[in-house]
Design a protein around this ligand. Sequence first.
Ligand SMILES: O=C(O)c1ccc(O)c(O)c1
Length: 249
Amino acid sequence: MSELVNRKPETGAFFARDRAWHAPALTPGYKTSVLRAPQRALLSLDGTISETTGPVFGHSMIGELDNDLILNYARPGESAIGERIIVHGRVLDERAKPVAGALVEFWQANAGGRYRHKKESYLAAIDPNFGGCGRAITDEEGRYHFRTVRPGAYPWPNGVNDWRPAHIHFSIFGHGFAQRLITQMYFEGDPMIWKCPIVGTIPDKAAIEQLIAPLDWGNTIPMDSRAYKFDIVLRGRRSTMFENRLEGN
Ligand SMILES: O=C(O)c1ccc(O)c(O)c1
């Protein structure tokens, strides 16, 4: 975190996206960004009341297995194949205050690096007991957690031999639909992180490191699962890198 001290001071209640911290929209090394990047100057539109105030998510909308990717798609008595892990952390605002009641959604490839998606073409096997998505709502202290298997790395058609490191996609809704952060979490110690063209679009190494969840030995469940800790900081000086693309895996 020491690299963060040189960043701009807080200026007020609204924190504009810091373009030096976040990836630029146009990054030709990540091929599909060329078509996705805006070609004209951005316009700023005022949010409508419904965009900024609704809906408010509540714990009652979450099913019992929604935060358990090992079981939420599995046949009765079976479970997903792979290294069992727990991912947990807190959603914090720009002043490090917990954000309660935020909807946190996550999706990922299976242990072999294969998504359950009709457009997926990677030859790794589908796991019949793994769907690959789930959700949770943060508690009063901004905490969320889910159980899953560690996703596999996979190749993708970008350069001649490009691979995505093991990663989990995250979407975080605030109290309105216009408040949304989409990002990805990586795993401590994975050498593939530094070879990835998507990771490589992030200009600041400290911003990349903030996306790498450390192994959290203290929360390991003996004889069961290891734990990884991933805190998410909404808009502000220490904000989690925002992903430019808005849909898909
Ligand atoms: O934007 C893309 O093309 C793309 C490809 C592979 C991924 O794993 C991903 O997250 C995005």
